[in-house]
Design a protein around this ligand. Structure first.
Ligand code: NAP
Length: 247
């Protein structure tokens, strides 16, 4: 019988991360995931994945802590017999504001989690995948990393950085049959966008040709495609899931 694959998803106690876990579990993978602090949310993600038939490994670990990233991957390999087939770097935050008023800590925290956190997890996972000579890596960027957005210079820099990492690593790992791609969501209905004012949401919807926000499950479908064999000849790409926002 073929071995079940294991996918590791960061930041999956809610939102897009949880939807990705559930979708990959439905696709027949076992699921490892991390989160920062929301134990109840993590328990719900676990329940949904187990309901879909997956074995689940949950780790409370901050991706901005390189030692915690190393420990998470070590713990997973020790628990599941040494397999890491898919990595989805999803954990991310915003700390919005106009540049002239942005504090150093708002820049640092966003870069530490969105950009450096992605780097730390990539380094741990790549070492495992290089030995296995196979693997799928999907980094969650954002349309803001492509087009920019007023009030989000810190976030845009982090997400543009994720695209640069994706393309560079795709070149580094291609000879070992490891695919590295990014997904760039547009406006997706999660806690991250729930904080926006109704006026800001309406203005943003005006920029979406489909005229509505996307759902976490719609992002998860794109991730599942890039995590599966259907995307075997695709690497270094950025797949926008944005209702046409970046056209
Ligand atoms: P969300 O609902 O705010 O959820 C964020 C998740 O990340 C939570 O599970 C959170 O854990 C976790 N997290 C935050 N900081 C972390 C850290 N330092 N270490 C580990 N986990 C951490 O966000 P979302 O909307 O689903 O966004 C997911 C990803 O998609 C992010 O990278 C975001 O930038 C990107 N994205 C979102 C949108 C959108 O419109 N929603 C658009 C483009 C890109 P806790 O619950 O424990 O805090």
């Amino acid at each position: 019988m073929e071995r079940r694959k294991t996918a590791l998803v960061t930041g999956a106690s809610r939102g897009i991360g949880r939807a990705v876990c559930v979708r990959l579990a439905q696709k027949g993978m076992d699921i490892a995931f991390t989160y920062r602090s929301d134990d109840n949310g993590a328990a719900e993600t676990r329940r949904l994945c187990e309901e879909a038939g997956a074995k689940v490994y949950a780790y409370r670990a901050d991706v901005s802590d390189s030692a915690a990233c190393r420990e998470t991957v070590r713990a997973l390999l020790a628990e599941n017999g040494g397999h890491l087939d898919v990595l989805v770097n999803n954990a991310g935050i915003t700390k919005d504001g106009l540049l002239v008023r942005m504090k150093d800590e708002d820049l640092d925290r966003v870069l530490d989690i969105n950009l450096k956190g992605t780097f730390y997890m990539l380094r741990e996972a790549a070492a495992v995948m290089l030995k296995a000579r196979s693997g799928k890596i999907i980094n969650i960027s954002s349309v803001v990393g492509i087009s920019g957005n007023a009030g989000q210079v810190n976030y845009a820099a982090s997400k543009a950085g994720v695209i640069g990492m994706t393309k560079s690593l795709a070149k580094e790992l291609a000879s070992r049959h490891i695919n590295v791609n990014a997904v760039a969501p547009g406006m997706i209905a999660t806690d991250m966008t729930a904080a926006m004012s109704e006026t800001a949401k309406e203005a943003a919807k005006g920029m979406i040709p489909f005229g509505q926000m996307g759902l976490p499950e719609q992002v998860a479908d794109a991730v599942a495609f890039l995590a599966g064999e259907e995307s075997s000849y695709i690497t270094g790409q950025v797949l926008c899931v944005d209702g046409g926002m970046t056209i």
